[in-house]
Design a protein around this ligand. Sequence first.
Ligand code: NAD
Length: 488
Amino acid sequence: MTAAAERALLDSVPTGLFLAGEWTAASSGGTLDVTDPSTGEVLASIADATPDDARRALDAAVAAQDAWAATAPRVRGEILRKAFELVRERAEDFALLMTLEMGKPLAEARGEVAYGNEFLRWFSEEAVRVTGRFGPNPEGTGTMVVSQRPVGPCYLITPWNFPLAMATRKIAPALAAGCTVVVKPAALTPLTTLLLASVLEEAGVPAGVVNVITTSRSGAVSEPILTDPRLRKLSFTGSTEVGRALLKQAADGVLRVSMELGGNAPFLVFEDADLDKAVEGALLAKFRNIGQACTAANRFIVHASVADEFARRVTERVAAMTVGRGTEDGVQIGPLIDDRAVATSLALVDDAVAKGASVATGGAALDGAGSFVQPTVLTGVQPGSDILSTEIFGPVLAIATFETEEEAIALANATEYGLVSYAFTQDLARGHRLIDRLDTGMMGLNAGVVSNAAAPFGGVKQSGLGREGGLEGIHEYLSTKYTLIPAG
Ligand code: NAD
């Protein structure tokens, strides 16, 4: 990829706020810089919204709501389908943009475009499948009609780690259901959402149906939206800490909420696992997105009889990984999002080592520009190590051991999170026991990646509320209306 091609793409991305179908500067004239985490260089300066701008964004969403809800589901679906086609045409642009602003290797960014775009296709199809039901009431004195209505204007807040997929996973079902939205991407990676907004505009999304605000002051700028009684729904993806604070704010307006929060995924390897498959699954579950995924395997819990062999095989593979700027050929591990993330990962490594773990490979930052951490394997991680209870969000694979199935299940469930669990076993009966007993919203049984637009994504316990994708995803944006029609 040439520097000129990168510049040309960056110059084509809008830098304003997208309000009521217009691209506009922030009312204060303020801007914020977006940087490349692999070099620290500024990629673009974009509008830094004020609370007033946020109000204008909600005004636009409210003004567009009734007409969008009244638009035929087929028409809404066709607009989403058109957006899907346009993202597919511009797949390389979206992939490169994500690599530039977020750091993930280009091959993975292409994977995210394919995955993220599927939400536009899936919900373009679901738009026409929202149904209700009717029937006689038990007393036989009337007919009960149950229908589904769009919930109304929504505020969608997305994180930096999957800039396209986190946006489409919310925007597509909201629009399919007939809701208008204000979207606020993370300040670290807003460019992908701005490009997506321009594609949605081109696909025919009417003015005001999708509005985008970018800001360096998320709390202050979100406040006027969250406290406005015209807002009907908040959908948030991000950390459990911020999610908890937003839930408290949402309580005042009794808002509908969807919360996709943090994870602490266990990755169980049983003595009867196919170790080749377990190693492949482990590398995917851990190192995809440089370990910065809510679904990243956080704790490798391996049967003591196979732990050494499993560690030997993953270490060999991890030690051979290529680290570098995501645009370079063959790079498997890009930078972390910023230097703070580097410090967090390394502090977890240091704590684990102080408590008895060994570093099998990696364990340090890379010198020079950019926020790089060597891909790392830790063995013999001891109970009580912070790395077992904290979301790592970095390329560190931590291995602890177990002796019995009962112990493995107890360890897996010993967390306040419950987003996804991975388990590798060839024993079918054991697989079914794990499906029953692991406290988790999602599970990979002999699989290291589970996400799919056609499947319900979400967690239990403090990993969140609600589901995105699948048949369930659109219902997050619908409310149930019951009507009684007395008999003649
Ligand atoms: P974060 O919570 O710091 O930020 C998420 C979003 O919330 C950003 O847009 C941010 O600007 C905004 N935000 C922060 N404070 C706010 C406030 N007071 N009011 C309104 N908005 C505010 O999370 P992050 O660092 O961007 O993302 C990483 C986290 O996201 C990890 O914990 C990860 O597990 C989680 N995540 C979860 C899922 C999931 O589907 N469960 C998916 C991806 C990421």
